[in-house]
Write a protein that binds this ligand. Structure first.
Ligand SMILES: Nc1ncnc2c1ncn2[C@@H]1O[C@H](COP(=O)(O)OP(=O)(O)OP(=O)(O)O)[C@@H](O)[C@H]1O
Ligand SMILES: [Mg+2]
Length: 245
């Protein structure tokens, strides 16, 4: 039988002695679409960085595609949580997207077909008119689309999206979910969001990260969560969001 796409066992992680994640036992199957939510500082981004091998657990284990996370990084597409600064970063939109290909094994120089692939992704995500603009000139929503194209261009098996829909408008949101829905079932997807209402019904399950993790089925998600009132699973909780589907 296939090993899970992601498996953590009794994983603990702390920053300078302060516990951030405790006793995380998580098993994610291939093709699952998992929504991740929880309060600011709850440890969501930290969990993603552990899964990508940018951080290592204090103790416990973590396996991704039955390997050490850092060994399979080329199979992961990542949209980081945006912290935009005023700093000018001299790179065009096309160049930023092409960077996604540099994660391939045996990467050499970009060739003609690489640039054609970039064009395909820019067409798909409505970025082609911005192809030669500086990435830093893009609005927040267009920048998020460019980061999504960079994450997906290498056809990764695991897609990790850290608040990719924060501050984007309805048009960008539509393009974003059309793109992700097309990958559902084929790829393993982890999506961090504070916008549960938009996301919960698209997922196979949801995980609340608040130092520890709790798992929910989509129909267990209730209005409390969007208000920031996080709590452990409660049986027979009224299902306000679920009734809106
Ligand atoms: N590089 C770091 N050094 C020290 N502490 C850190 C570092 N990165 C994160 N932390 C701390 O770890 C905790 C979890 O942070 P993390 O970024 O994982 O939270 P989050 O759930 O992603 O929050 P948000 O919703 O604000 O993105 C916080 O208390 C944060 O201050
Ligand atoms: Mg975060």
């Amino acid at each position: 039988m296939n090993a899970p796409a992601i498996q953590t066992t009794r994983m603990n992680f702390s920053f300078r002695g302060l516990p951030v994640l405790q006793d995380v036992n998580l098993s994610v199957s291939h093709g699952e679409f998992i929504g991740i939510f929880g309060p600011n500082g709850g440890g969501k981004t930290t969990l993603l960085k552990l899964i990508m091998g940018f951080l290592t657990p204090d103790n416990g284990t973590i396996r991704v595609f039955n390997n050490s996370p850092e060994k399979v990084r080329t199979r992961i597409g990542y949209v980081p949580q945006i912290h935009r600064t005023e700093a000018d970063f001299p790179i065009t939109v096309a160049e930023l997207i092409a960077m996604g290909l540099s994660r391939r094994p045996f990467f050499g120089r970009f060739n003609k077909s690489d640039w054609q692939e970039c064009d395909i992704w820019m067409e798909r995500l409505g970025l082609i008119a911005h192809k030669n603009k500086s990435y830093c000139e893009l609005s927040g929503g267009l920048a998020q689309r460019a980061l999504l194209a960079r994450a997906l261009i290498s056809d990764p098996d695991l897609i990790i999206l850290d608040e990719p829909t924060a501050h984007i408008d309805a048009a960008s949101m539509k393009i974003f979910f059309q793109t992700i829905e097309a990958l559902k079932g084929h790829k393993t997807i982890l999506l961090v969001t504070h916008d549960l209402k938009t996301v919960f019904h698209r997922t196979s399950r949801l995980i609340c990260v608040q130092n520890k993790i709790s798992t929910f089925q989509p129909n267990e998600i209730c209005d409390h969560f969007n208000l920031g009132l996080f709590h452990p699973p409660l049986p027979n909780q009224p299902l306000h969001f679920a009734s809106q589907q």
